[in-house]
Design a protein around this ligand. Structure first.
Ligand SMILES: [Zn+2]
Length: 281
């Protein structure tokens, strides 16, 4: 089955991972900007990172026939450095019209601090000025419910927000309703230990339905599994879900959300070669 991984940090994965994902049916990935494992020291560090996301990663993905899209921001962990965050936010527009840039993300909260909230709001303001899509990271473990509540409240305070253009990521059993009920999209991250396992994600689909929801591997440099979406597909098949319904979650839903971005130029994998060449021209 063809699938899209809508949240995966490919810069921390090897080329073999792209190849294995392609063999399992992956046709596109979207890669949000994230923490590098260390705090970057200058706006130029981010400029180079954004070049990597928008120039080299799409090339490397294409070697395996995968289409690569990206999201730009300074992440919540580095938001404590408010002056650097503001320099990065001021620089982001240099990249917003590059091919494949879908919007602002993954912004959000980490420890739910005042500085994180300030920088979250400033990213949202940037996104609203040019009507970008927004992809949101919600905090880990004990901070998750409170952080998700704070994020939803900040979004609702801003009357420019169109909920169907916002994706709230890393939802779990206790936050999925909070994310979905105001009309936002949401996503579940399939991690080997924390966040959701494929079977917990399948339970959530059974309880809350398959509208405005997607799954991702969030593969990164920590313990993660870039083939987690195929594991989820397999879990749903074992439960007897027909492929047409599974496809909605792993392919149709990400497409529906991404299509709202003016930079989303997608070539469907079943397009014949002649049509593909036309699209590429
Ligand atoms: Zn991430």
């Amino acid at each position: 089955m063809y699938y899209i991984d809508p949240h995966v940090h490919m810069i921390s994965r090897v080329t073999d991972d792209y190849e294995r994902m392609a063999r399992m049916g992956c046709v596109a990935v979207s890669e949000p900007a994230f923490w590098a494992g260390f705090d970057r020291g200058s706006v130029d560090g981010f400029r180079d990172y954004f070049r990597q996301l928008t120039e080299f990663e799409p090339t490397r993905a294409s070697w395996s026939g995968i289409q690569h899209f990206s999201w730009l921001c300074i992440n919540a962990k580095e938001a404590e450095n408010v002056s650097l965050s503001r320099e990065v936010i001021a620089m982001i527009p240099e990249f917003m019209d590059k091919p494949g840039v879908l919007g602002i993300g993954e912004i959000g909260l980490n420890k739910n601090t005042k500085n994180e909230a300030t920088i979250f709001r400033e990213h949202v303001d940037l996104a609203m000025k040019t009507r970008e899509l927004i992809l949101i990271h919600t905090p880990h473990l004990q901070d998750k419910y409170k952080g998700t509540r704070m994020i939803v409240d900040m979004l609702l305070e801003d009357d420019r927000i169109e909920p169907e253009r916002v994706l709230i990521d890393h939802v779990e059993e206790h936050t999925v309703r909070l994310a979905k009920e105001e009309g936002f999209w949401c996503a579940m991250t399939l991690y080997p230990v924390t966040k959701c396992t494929p079977s917990r994600a399948a339970d959530i689909i059974e309880m809350y339905g398959d509208d405005r929801i997607m799954v991702n591997s969030a593969g990164d440099w920590g313990p993660s599994q870039p083939l987690a979406v195929p594991d989820f597909i397999q879990e749903l098949r074992k439960r007897g879900m027909p492929d047409s319904k599974i496809k909605k979650i792993v392919y149709d839903n990400p497409l529906e959300f991404f299509r709202q971005s003016r930079n989303f130029k997608f070539t469907a994998p079943d397009t014949c070669v002649e049509e593909r060449e036309e699209v590429l021209e």
